[in-house]
Ligand binder design. Structure first.
Ligand code: PMP
Length: 347
């Protein structure tokens, strides 16, 4: 890996970050007259901790990392955008990403005027390290991988990922948004081994907290401090910080949801395979199934008329004729299957 200072945009390297009132004083005092807040207690009249130390300490315990290896963002979309802003010179640099994958990598690249070199997965929706590394050049700053991948649902091959991480001089961003549904496969335990690895996780999926907008980036402290330097000063609001601290004490509930969803995934896959219009239910390590079927668009529209909304992926590379179906509660999955049994016959 190149030194971080070599990878950074020169303006970011030189940037003196905004210093908030709460940056200059930490600890507790009896009178706060430093931040132009309203002194009357509404429960939220004070600015939140800009570095979310209580939340990071608790996450570090649960994930087996150090607080200094954690960045918290407004969803994982925030660190995705910040990585572009920190490392990619607009109009000059490029990134390599797998295709198909999560759409925000391309959108964030577009906003930041960065070219994306897409590398198609193979017929098993797998990566080939050689192909990905061959797509890089001296202007490639980031490689985006996603495991389990969205929308294909499968874990990427770990040996190939390691080949990419060790063979690349920039940063490898591994999006693990769905990792709780693929127990034992996270690369978080390998963080210390790979200084150029950034692992993204989120509270939006297994933890059931998509509404509070909280995403995590794990990396070596040098990378984390760059992201912290360029973020909005109070990017995680007090309501979110308080709520997640409460929810982190209910890990057993999260584990139970994950177990139920994994059980339901298996059951739903079997049921979907019975339909004559279903051509393939792809193996999934996530909380959704990619399903190839005849007349996928018509079935998508029929389900929508019936009040059941799934995701049309028929225009996505390598996913032609496929719908992406989130695994819901047992009742929701039953309703989906019942509606599919009543699909009108093709004309
Ligand atoms: N990564 C992947 C692979 C996703 O599918 C999603 C959401 N669909 C996200 C990240 C975004 O997560 P967040 O809600 O944390 O922004």
């Amino acid at each position: 890996m190149k030194r971080i200072n070599k990878l950074l945009r020169p303006n970011i390297l030189a940037l003196k970050p905004y210093s908030s009132a709460r940056d200059e004083f930490s600890g507790s005092a009896s009178v706060y007259l430093d931040a132009n807040e309203n002194p009357y207690d509404t429960g939220y009249n004070r600015y939140p901790d800009p570095y979310q130390m209580d939340v990071k300490k608790r996450i570090a315990e649960i994930k087996g990392t150090q607080p200094g290896q954690i960045f918290l963002g407004n969803g994982s979309d925030e660190p995705i955008d910040l990585l572009f802003r920190a490392f990619c010179n607009p109009g000059v640099d490029n990134v390599v990403a797998i295709e198909p994958s999560y759409g925000m990598y391309k959108v964030a690249a577009g906003i930041n005027d960065i070219q994306v070199k897409s590398v198609l997965l193979n017929e098993y929706y797998q990566i080939e390290a050689k192909k990905i590394l061959e797509a890089t050049d001296e202007k490639t700053k980031l490689i985006f991988l996603c495991s389990p991948n969205n929308p294909t649902g499968n874990n990427l091959n770990k040996d190939e990922m390691i080949r990419i991480i060790t063979g690349f001089s920039g940063l490898v961003v591994l999006d693990e948004a769905y990792i709780d549904f693929a127990p034992g496969t996270s690369m978080l335990p390998d963080l210390e081994k790979y200084p150029n690895l950034v692992v993204l996780q989120t509270f939006s999926k297994a933890w059931g907290l998509a509404g509070i907008r909280l995403g995590m980036a794990f990396a070596q402290p040098g990378i984390i401090s760059v992201l912290s330097k360029i973020k909005y000063p109070y990017n995680i609001n007090a309501l979110t910080q308080q709520h997640v601290l409460k929810m982190l004490e209910t890990k057993e509930q999260k584990d139970l949801w994950v177990k139920t969803i994994i059980d339901e995934r298996k059951k739903l896959a079997k049921e979907l395979e019975q339909f004559n219009f279903v051509e393939k239910v792809y193996p999934s390590d996530a909380n959704f199934l990619l399903v190839k079927m005849k007349k996928a668009r018509e079935i998508f529209e029929y389900l929508m008329d019936q009040g059941v909304i799934v995701r049309d992926r028929t225009k996505v590379a390598l996913c032609e004729s496929s719908l992406r179906i989130t695994v819901g509660s047992p009742e929701e999955n039953r309703e989906l299957v019942e509606k599919l049994k009543n699909t009108p016959p093709a004309p």
